[in-house]
Design a protein. Structure first.
Length: 257
């Protein structure tokens, strides 16, 4: 096994040439690769107590809950962000079907564009328990619009889920009250129903938020991808190790011949 420094000393020209060529290729590829701009929208989970009747209308425990929720409250939101429904809604809201150059037509074009947006997006929790929506796009203004639209879609979906649940309970309470009146012929004993109906009607009308926007995505003015320095460093490192390995193989063959 030849000494590493002796190997470098004998083959340094070849190693340097291969590494330099790799750097040149990395620079060229980076320069011709279309630039992508990163826009980030940030939100925090709202406390679930705002949609819980027992917490909201209880004087004893209402003050115990913060306006903000916990990081765990974002798990379901992040799961929803993987659904195609979210991105199809973004395509429709921003009228993106004709802004991307795809070969498909009609509904297939809409689905294809939604898939592109989904692949160029990332929805995740930050280390501080915030929801981060990252979107990369060749158009800097469009990247910000898409990030904000995804945030709006996620907020609306989960807000509507809460509202539907409260609305169903409200309908059930109203029906039960009517049955009680029909059975007894007296409405004076339905005060408990009236209070519950009032509380759930408030929740339905108020539509408590699920996500609180901390910062809307701003238009980025510097591309995030491709990263010139990172690409050059990676290419140089890989080329160097490859060239050293090649030099080692050639050195062994030379020694055996």
């Amino acid at each position: 096994m030849p000494d590493f420094f002796d190997l470098i000393g004998k083959w340094w020209k070849q190693i340097l040439t291969i590494t330099a060529l790799a750097i040149v290729v990395a620079v060229v590829v980076t320069l011709i690769t279309p630039k992508k701009y990163l826009a980030v929208a940030t939100a925090a989970p709202a406390s679930s107590f705002a949609s819980d009747r027992s917490r909201l209308f209880s004087e004893n425990i209402e003050a115990l809950y913060s306006v903000l929720g916990t990081a765990d409250d974002l798990d379901l939101v992040i799961g929803t962000s993987k659904l195609d429904t979210v991105y199809l809604a973004v395509v429709d809201e921003l009228k993106l079907a004709d802004q991307y150059k795809v070969s498909e037509e009609g509904e297939a074009r809409r689905v294809k564009v939604a898939s592109i947006i989904k692949n160029n997006s990332k929805v995740q929790k930050s280390s501080y328990g915030e929801l981060k929506i990252q979107v990369w796009d060749k158009d800097n203004e469009r990247s910000a619009s898409i990030a904000n639209s995804i945030l709006n879609q996620l907020r609306n979906i989960h807000q509507e889920l809460q509202t539907v649940a409260n609305r169903n309970t409200l309908t059930a309470l109203t029906s039960e009250k009517e049955r009680s009146i029909a059975k007894t012929g007296d409405s004076t004993g339905t005060s408990d129903f009236d209070e519950l109906i009032r509380q759930y009607q408030f929740l339905v009308n108020n539509k408590p938020p699920v996500l609180l926007t901390i910062e809307q995505a701003r238009v980025p003015y510097a591309p995030d991808q491709p990263k010139m320095f990172r690409n050059i460093l990676a290419a140089a490192a890989l080329a160097f190790f490859f060239s050293v390995l090649l030099a080692l193989v050639l050195q062994k063959r030379k020694a055996n011949s």
